[in-house]
Ligand binder design. Structure first.
Ligand SMILES: C[S@@+](CC[C@H](N)C(=O)[O-])C[C@H]1O[C@@H](n2cnc3c(N)ncnc32)[C@H](O)[C@@H]1O
Length: 206
């Protein structure tokens, strides 16, 4: 695990959004693995979905257009949330949460948490807390689904931070059953072979 500062705060992220070319993580659309996952979900069940570190939240836009009405996006930076609101004017304003994911209280539990380049954006020292917080916010049987880089970004001193599947397993194993934890077959071209698609189910007791 890299030794880096924990100080990737709202000011850090706002600056990255403000400087052209410093938001290279943004695919500009829902990524193919998540699009394929969303397309086979049963919309009629209207699950409560959280997208932490959502940024411009193309996943939330896609889910909203599919008819999902209980999608919450959380981010430290106001600018990307405002961009989502401008792109999708009928996205519920009360579901745009300008907040620290790690400070979210476990109030109404979520059925699903979506991961898309948020885990790689936090300091590696916070990864155990990420796994714990996801478990805390999900109902028993709820799922954490998304993508994790499966490659070390050697020497990185700021996000994105990489890692390996063996490292990640240790964080999630205390709270989750591993339904799927394999190299994604349909990644964006620059990420091909370098990311895991994960589907983790919260254990009944944590
Ligand atoms: C690498 S970006 C990914 C954004 C988006 N998921 C995407 O793929 O385009 C990481 C995002 O996480 C947000 N973020 C970082 N730390 C956070 C925290 N503790 N709580 C909530 N959001 C956070 C940043 O503001 C930024 O928008």
């Amino acid at each position: 695990m890299q030794t880096v500062s924990d100080a990737f705060d709202a000011a850090y992220w706002r600056a990255r959004y403000a400087i052209p070319g410093r938001a290279g993580w943004d695919a500009g659309r829902v990524t193919p693995p998540l699009r394929a996952y969303f397309d086979q979900l049963p919309v009629a069940q209207q699950p409560r979905i959280l997208i932490p570190g959502a940024g411009r939240a193309h996943e939330a836009e896609y889910l909203h257009r599919l008819g999902y009405r209980h999608v919450v996006v959380a981010d430290l930076a106001p600018e990307p949330l405002a961009e989502l609101a401008a792109r999708v004017p009928d996205f519920p304003k009360e579901n745009l949460w300008l907040t620290d994911f790690f400070a979210l209280p476990p109030s109404e539990p979520f059925d699903l948490i979506i991961e898309q380049t948020f885990f790689c954006a936090i300091a590696p020292s916070r990864r155990p807390a990420y796994a714990r917080q996801c478990a805390r916010l999900l109902r028993p049987g709820g799922r954490l689904v998304g993508l994790l880089f499966d490659t070390p970004f050697a020497g990185a001193s700021e996000p994105p931070f990489g890692g390996t599947r063996d490292e990640y397993r240790a964080y999630f194993a205390p709270y989750f059953e591993f339904i799927h934890f394999n190299t994604a077959y349909n990644s964006l071209a620059p990420r091909t072979g370098r990311e895991l698609f994960i589907c983790l189910q919260k254990k009944s007791t944590d």
